[in-house]
Ligand binder design. Structure first.
Ligand code: FES
Length: 99
């Protein structure tokens, strides 16, 4: 099975190796990542992240995710909702606060 590595620069968390296509909200926890999840449905914005490396190679956000990103991270072209993103390439992410 192909795997992808998700890293968390500037945090004490070690990079995590996950199966390709992994749903982050099902595979990451407070123990293995700095990410937090709330609704897991693309609504609350708790899982807002900035993809520092690998953004361009990810599957683009759906219209629904894009709509939420315009509310939670207006003007940030590298923002994603972790719960809506499928891990298909290696990425480095940072948790960001919503606007
Ligand atoms: S956990 Fe609510 S938007 Fe991702």
């Amino acid at each position: 099975m192909k795997t992808c590595v998700i890293s968390f620069p500037d945090t004490p968390h070690a990079p995590a190796t996950l199966p390709e296509g992994a749903n982050l909200s099902e595979t990451l926890t407070v123990m293995n990542s700095p990410m937090l999840f709330g609704c897991r449905a693309g609504i609350c914005g708790t899982c807002l992240i900035q993809v520092e490396d690998g953004y361009e190679r990810l599957v683009p956000p759906t219209a629904e995710e894009q709509e939420a990103l315009e509310v939670y991270a207006p003007g940030n072209p590298k923002a994603r909702l972790g719960c809506q993103m499928r891990l298909t390439v290696d990425v480095a992410i940072k948790k960001i606060r919503s606007a």
